[in-house]
Design a protein around this ligand. Sequence first.
Ligand code: COA
Length: 390
Amino acid sequence: MKIGINKIGFYTPHMYIDTEDLAIARGVEPGKFKIGIGQDKMAVVPKTQDAVTLAANAALSILDQEDIDAIDYVIFATESGIDHSKAAGVYVHQLLGLNEYCRSIEVKQACYSGTAAIQIAKGHIALNPDSKVLVLSSDISRYGLNTGGEITQGAGAVAMLITRDPKVMVIEDQSVYKTEDVMDFWRPLYSEEAFVHGKLSVIQYIKLFQDLFTAYKEKNQVTLAAFDGLLFHMPYTKMGLKALKSILENESEQEQERLIKQFNIGKYYNEIVGNIYTGSLYLNLISLLEQDTELKAGARLGLFSYGSGSVGEFFTGILQKNYRDHLFTEQHQQMLQAREKISVEQYEKVFMDTIPNGIGNIEFDISNDPAPICFAGIKDHMRQYINKEQ
Ligand code: COA
């Protein structure tokens, strides 16, 4: 049975800052952020959006009534969870009005868990061929003002509908994965911000990619030529480029050119949204599919998923006939164009405007947030969500 991505879309908040403005404010040469890190813009998230609403907004933009009635599994991948107990998927289930005979869970392993969710979905569909599974990867990347990681922040969610006979990309069964206990990035339960050993995270990421790519080629008896493109988990675009270059050293000039040219086309959405943790690899996939006009049906793409801590997986997908007709390219472009550029001062104000820990009752003004689904406050310790379209 062929199983894979039938629909794929993303959502990012309505505000961003230009990384040149951030560089100037931090006394850094703008070239470091624009070229050295490879980030052009960075999404800024208002307090009326959280992991639940980002994911619900992403899903809302791709699902039709037939999907809503048929989805029987919501798998929510995040490292920005809002509750130690209740799964974020349950909130999304209610906000989208999904069929009640549906499982809703949350999965976690840093930025890797979106891939775990897809693999769980594949297993479920293999047993229940008519099932449609909603996989959500949603996060807010937050390191803190004036920190080394500040430039690699962002916010957003990717929603994927996983089914049999998918219209966009079949996910092949051959896959290699690995776990290595490393403290490169983590967020203790008491902290709003992530802790990161930035340089170690880059070393571990490249190491796992090289290990898995070599293991995949050996296991499946293929060479680099078998891949029409490579996609990466991308906390910042330079990190993906470093991983790609690390396997190109002994390749011909033509192969290097082919893959680097394609990487530069595909990195676009990551470059202007920023780090969305679990969704980053899939944002790179959307970006390549929507930006690369030369990619053809039948192309085999290799995907490297990485979650600090660390778990990695390398797997492949095959683009389906007329896959372009099933993308949401125009919708994504409209969303990105409608975003508002804010100043560094405004970003700092939004960043500091957090909800006091343990507060039981609070109301937010959602009138300035154009998103259809918003986080409207807390009542008796219960988060209040509003779908303006319902
Ligand atoms: N023009 C162009 N490039 C410039 C430059 C300029 N004016 N100034 C510096 N650079 C380049 C550096 O040469 C370097 O390139 P290289 O990585 O190819 O060597 C790059 O910019 C970054 O400079 P560096 O001094 O290493 O930056 P840093 O000490 O601020 O650290 C990170 C950068 C990415 C490590 C830091 O932002 C971080 O910790 N981020 C979080 C890490 C992360 O997201 N991990 C994810 C877990 S998967």
